[in-house]
Design a protein. Structure first.
Length: 367
């Protein structure tokens, strides 16, 4: 099979491509604009494969998207190209509207024309897989509704707490999540109206190697190592379900190859943690792997929360487990240790991807 992966130089996209090249016999065409968060170094280990091709193309450029589809004739598209940082969307929503909504529309229309031109067997087997986020569902639980053991004392068991299912209504809170919700609706509309065989996945927070340092986990690791403050929004009691990126890549390949057209699959890591727990864990691992005289925890600094910050996300991933036999292989404890070690071993990469674009300054203050 030949797969076209949009946003393949990004964090999740590069993990998907590495998984496909290293574990299957499929071909991959990586279509990426190479914005600040796209980095071909993330694909160095597979870039020499004869089954890998790269096209530097903006998904908003219809003519170039048409050319790539005609030239490479993919059997499926995995659409990951997106602006994806909530804080950046607060500071500058326009790019998120352009890429996530207009770009997805442009790609859908190009794909529809391409799909309709295929001979019947290829047309029947074709898939358009749209990769989205659990943030489209909005704030799952208000802090006043959390059982008291959850507030400030660690998460513990899920118990009777609500979870996002594939039927959860959309109530996005940020410009980022609203733009992704819009793109999800477009994809489903192209399925309903035109019959385009689509798949949609909504995932929880990813972490792992090659993550751009604007996101929580790499930001904490790098700031800690440099003796800088570790900025935690509010009390740090926001809850997220953490998914190791390589587990996510396996799930996405499962969906595009085995999922049923028109279906949505939620992908989660079964690892709900408060943000402050995540930061404490990083500090403690660093103290073991790169000990220093004072505790890394002493660098934690509480800062003003970002506007509209959702309190809790949590995925019910039972559908993908029951229908496609996927479960995460990494626990948070094993995945976060691997992640911290990777950053310790790849500090040069971290420096190169930040040069000229981002120096870990505060984003999304909403002021």
């Amino acid at each position: 099979m030949k797969l076209l992966v949009t946003g393949g130089a990004g964090f999740i996209g590069s993990a998907v491509i590495r998984h496909i090249i290293n574990n299957t016999s499929d071909e991959v065409v990586n279509l990426d604009k190479l914005t600040y968060a796209g980095n071909l170094e993330s694909l160095a280990e597979v870039s020499d494969s004869p089954r890998y091709n790269f096209e530097q193309v903006d998904i908003c450029n219809r003519a170039e998207v048409d050319r790539v589809l005609a030239q490479h004739q993919p059997d499926a598209i995995m659409h990951l190209a997106a602006e994806s940082h909530v804080d950046r969307s607060i500071d500058g929503p326009a790019e998120f509207i352009e890429t996530n909504i207009v770009g997805t529309y442009t790609l859908l229309e190009a794909t529809r024309q391409y799909w309709q031109s295929l001979e019947e067997t290829k047309k029947a087997n074709f898939r358009f897989h749209h990769i989205s986020t659990d943030e489209v569902y909005g704030d799952l639980t208000h802090p006043n509704e959390l059982p008291s053991p959850l507030v400030g004392e660690g998460l513990g068991e899920r118990g009777s707490l609500p979870l996002f299912t594939e039927q959860t209504p959309y109530t996005p809170s940020s410009p980022y999540s609203a733009s992704k919700a819009s793109s999800d609706h477009l994809v489903r509309a192209w399925h309903r109206t035109y019959g385009l065989p689509v798949l949609v996945t909504n995932c929880s927070n990813n972490y792992g190697p090659y993550h751009f340092p604007e996101k929580l986990i790499p930001l904490m690791i790098l700031n800690a190592l440099e003796g800088k403050p570790l900025p935690v929004y509010g009390k740090g009691d926001q809850i997220r379900d953490w998914l190791y990126v390589e587990d996510h890549a396996r799930a996405l390949y499962k969906v595009v190859t085995e999922g049923s057209p028109g279906e949505t699959y939620n992908i989660g890591g079964h690892n709900e943690k408060q943000n402050i727990e995540v930061v404490h864990t990083i500090c403690d691992i660093l103290q073991q792997l790169r000990p220093q005289e004072r505790s890394y925890r002493d660098q934690i600094t509480n800062v003003k929360d970002r506007p509209g910050h959702d309190m809790r996300y949590a995925i019910d991933a039972s559908k993908i487990q029951n229908e496609l036999d996927w479960v995460p292989e990494e626990t948070f404890e094993t995945g976060i240790r691997k992640t911290v070690q990777w950053y310790l071993d790849n500090l040069d990469w971290c420096q190169r991807v930040q040069d000229g674009s981002y120096q870990r300054e505060r984003l999304g203050a909403g002021e």
